[in-house]
Design a protein around this ligand. Structure first.
Ligand code: SF4
Length: 344
């Protein structure tokens, strides 16, 4: 069976690491299409946006999978599909061996405890009219996990876990810095004791020095609570230290997936190399030559034929413009979708 991502007739085997624990999350041939707005009122021929286009993926227990791509690559949509915050157009998401599409409303509600989301903007995602006590305690109440004094103690414990004191309980979000607000957002996600957390650009809105603190906190919490993360970012620098594996998305598809070491030391796909070359470094001598990509990502309404990256790729050949490369592996743990630079 050859694993394929992004093909209409995608095989349902998903790429994963050669070793380690089994998958907690499995995504089989998932697509998400939206009807685009049309300028012509009452137009029936509204074009289709392929936000996610045939992704196969496994996320292993206890790992952090970094998912990186430009704005519009489909990475956040994929995160929401996995959490079942939106329904896929086709394809299946499995969580701990259960097909999410077969769950009843009450079963899905119960499963929501296991799967949480931390948002990019820690201010916009916190209700400004609610005190921290209510924000962090909301999930505890919804799932009836504790009441009264036990609930108060749990909130204090959660705040302590994210490095905040009990005095934060009676304050409002606007009284905190961006980093502290993101700590509150993390405490809110952890309040229901999830096993899997989608971190959707959780540090993108923060200063670089604060980013490192939040990433260290997330790593500590992962070890302490045995969490599994999908860490979404638009920047390979951000996911380098926390990820065990890294996937690169372009125009709704995964174009490279490998261990952290393979991605950073031996990137294959030209898009991955361009993203890596854009990372700022203190030592310019150790930095690969900057690869400047011409133009912008094409519209997902009308993706180019063949390899979707071909209009921007400095290595594009004739075959790249007619045949879509499949996501393939050379020896089992490094997957690349490229005719010219296949996995080794
Ligand atoms: Fe570039 Fe061709 Fe590889 Fe696509 S298949 S990334 S166009 S070399």
């Amino acid at each position: 069976m050859s694993p394929v991502s992004g093909s209409e007739n995608a095989d349902t085997q998903a790429p994963g690491p050669a070793e380690g624990a089994g998958p907690l999350v499995r995504v089989d041939g998932i697509w998400k299409e939206f009807r685009a707005r049309s300028d012509a009122l009452l137009s029936r021929a509204r074009p289709t946006v392929k936000a996610v286009a045939g992704v196969n993926l496994e996320i292993y227990r206890g790992e952090t999978l970094g998912l990186v791509g430009e704005s519009g690559s489909g990475k956040s949509t994929l995160g929401r599909l996995i959490l079942r915050l939106m329904d896929p157009t086709r394809g299946t998401v499995w969580f701990d061996g259960r097909d999410l599409s077969t769950l009843s409303r009450s079963e899905l509600r119960a499963l929501r405890r296991d799967m949480q989301l931390v948002f990019q903007d820690p201010y916009a995602s916190l209700n400004p009219r609610m005190k921290v006590r209510s924000i962090v305690g909301e999930g505890i109440e919804i799932h009836d996990l504790a009441r009264g004094r036990a609930k108060e103690e749990r909130i204090v414990q959660l705040l302590e876990m994210v490095g905040m004191g009990p005095d934060a309980m009676n304050r409002y979000p606007h009284e905190f810095s961006g980093g502290q607000r993101q700590r509150i957002g993390i405490a809110r996600a952890l309040a229901v004791s999830p096993r899997f957390v989608v971190l959707d650009e959780p540090v993108s809105a923060l200063d670089v020095s604060i980013q490192a603190q939040i990433i260290n906190l997330l790593q500590d919490l992962q070890e302490r609570l045995h969490l599994t993360y999908l860490f979404i970012a638009h920047d390979l620098r951000v996911v380098e230290h926390i990820s065990r594996r890294v996937g690169i998305m372009y125009l709704g598809k995964i174009v490279e997936l490998a261990s952290r070491e393979q991605i950073y030391a031996n990137p294959r796909h030209p898009y991955t190399r361009a993203l890596l070359s854009a990372i700022p470094t203190i030592d310019p001598a150790s930095k690969p030559e900057r690869i400047k990509l011409p133009g912008e990502m094409p519209s997902p309404v009308d993706p180019p034929p063949g390899c979707a990256f071909n209009p921007r790729c400095p290595y594009a050949e004739d075959r790249c413009r007619v045949k879509e490369p499949a996501l393939e592996t050379g020896h089992g743990s490094h997957w690349v979708a490229c005719h010219v630079f296949p996995a080794q």
